[in-house]
Ligand binder design. Structure first.
Ligand code: PLP
Length: 401
């Protein structure tokens, strides 16, 4: 969380809604620590999953191409990358905009559609940075419970009906959700779209993990189920499937919405980093993305399975529960009373393990008994070490897990 700083400065009113992200702040927090910490906090890909050698070779080529690599580029994205994206996504380029990661896509959507006081429905728990982006445009968060099949759309219908006006937007991470690991069922996807249409609400689908399924394909995306309806917008990223430091993602939306997003992006950063786009273009042009994804799914599946076994051994007898995701990076662990994961955090950090406390994923209070673990970044042995440290911290503080 960042401070607004000197209170006497004439900050814009919307700065009141600017909360930053505990997830992102954990990167700096961990960099400041001098002892060994198993990092189960950030949603970073495995080092082995980043094709750094190939990217290095491509980087040398594009640097060798000289000045054009370092010039401004078109706001919608480099033409060559858009051609590759059309092939990769099966989406026409008029519906695509290249962005600085998924985060810029979320920001652009909120900039276009969220006014002060607008209600945006979100999953509870939801992705902290997504809800923080909504709040930064002074939107109000309507938390909708999540069960085994993802967001409970029946509850959303009731919560929305109780408002003076229905929500303006539904923000959903329907596939291998961050942080819960849950996936919205096909039936609920259809219900969610029907509800949004009946309300005249926008649907913002955030889907960084859909290509990282462990067992067969997940249900079709909301974007693909919506038959190019202009009120459904998809935000995607290469961060989890290639490299997050490149900061390259894309938005899929109706051409008229893309045109307004281009206007908004021109007031923001002119164009996405050109060398990073050229890297992604050439990486996709190698035609090895499918094989790369097969490899990633196998690495992450193995790590997920190992994490399930580790959690079972560490906490299985203590009344704790956790999700067994069908893909993605995260499991969501819920402890029995009296564990409070915010309270525990410093002791856990001192014991050499970092996680994200559950309340970071709530709009208000909530989920103090839960935490998010990323099983993707570390080897299974190292992650097991982290879970052992977590257990030791819990036992030291509460006497049991
Ligand atoms: C659900 C979700 N949306 C968006 C993002 C942001 O992606 P990027 O790093 O490409 O900005 C993340 C990254 O953790 C995420 O989990």
């Amino acid at each position: 969380m960042s401070e607004t700083g000197a209170a006497f400065l004439p900050y814009a009113a919307r700065v009141g809604g600017l909360n930053g992200s505990e997830i992102d702040s954990s990167t700096s927090l961990l960099q400041r620590q001098n002892h060994d910490i198993v990092r189960l906090a950030m949603g970073s890909p495995a080092a082995e999953a980043i094709p750094s050698e190939v990217l290095g070779t491509i980087a040398a080529e594009i640097v060798g191409a000289g000045a054009p690599t370092f010039d401004y580029g078109p706001t919608e994205g480099e033409a060559g990358l858009l051609t590759q994206l059309e092939r990769f996504t099966g989406t026409a380029r008029e519906r695509l905009l290249v962005t600085a990661g998924g985060m810029q896509g979320l920001d652009l959507v909120c900039k276009l559609f969220v006014d002060r006081g607008d209600v945006v429905a979100v999953e509870a728990p939801t992705y902290t940075n997504g809800s923080a982006t909504i709040s930064s445009y002074e939107g109000r968060l309507l938390e909708v419970p999540v069960d085994e099949d993802g967001m409970v759309v029946e509850a959303l219908a009731e919560l929305g009906a109780a408002l003076p006006r229905p929500p303006k937007m539904i923000y959903a991470i329907p596939t291998f959700q961050n942080p819960s690991g849950k996936t919205l069922s096909l039936r609920r996807r259809e219900e969610l779209l029907a509800l949004a249409e009946s309300w005249g609400a926008m649907v913002l689908e955030d889907d960084p993990y859909g290509r990282l399924a462990f067992d067969g394909a997940p249900p079709p995306s909301l974007v693909s189920l919506s038959d190019e309806a202009p009120w459904v917008i998809g935000v995607q990223t290469f961060s989890k499937i290639v490299a997050p430091g490149l900061r390259v993602g894309w938005v899929e939306a109706a051409p008229a919405v893309i045109a307004r997003m281009i206007d908004a992006k021109q007031c923001m950063d002119t164009c996405t980093n050109v060398p990073a786009q050229l890297l992604m273009e050439r990486f996709l042009a190698l035609g090895e993305m499918d094989a790369h994804l097969v490899r990633l799914r196998s690495i992450y599946r193995e790590r997920k399975d190992a994490m399930m076994a580790t959690l079972d051994a560490a906490f299985g007898a203590d009344g704790a529960t956790w999700t067994d995701p069908g893909g993605g990076f995260f499991t969501w662990v819920t402890f029995a009373s009296p564990v409070d994961t915010r309270d525990l955090f410093e002791a856990a950090l001192a014991a050499g393990v970092a996680y994200i406390p559950g309340d970071a994923f709530a709009a208000g209070p909530g989920f103090e008994d839960s935490l998010r673990l990323c099983f993707a970044s570390n080897t299974s042995a190292r992650a097991a070490d982290g879970v052992a440290r977590l257990r030791a911290a819990i036992v030291a503080k509460y006497g049991s897990g």
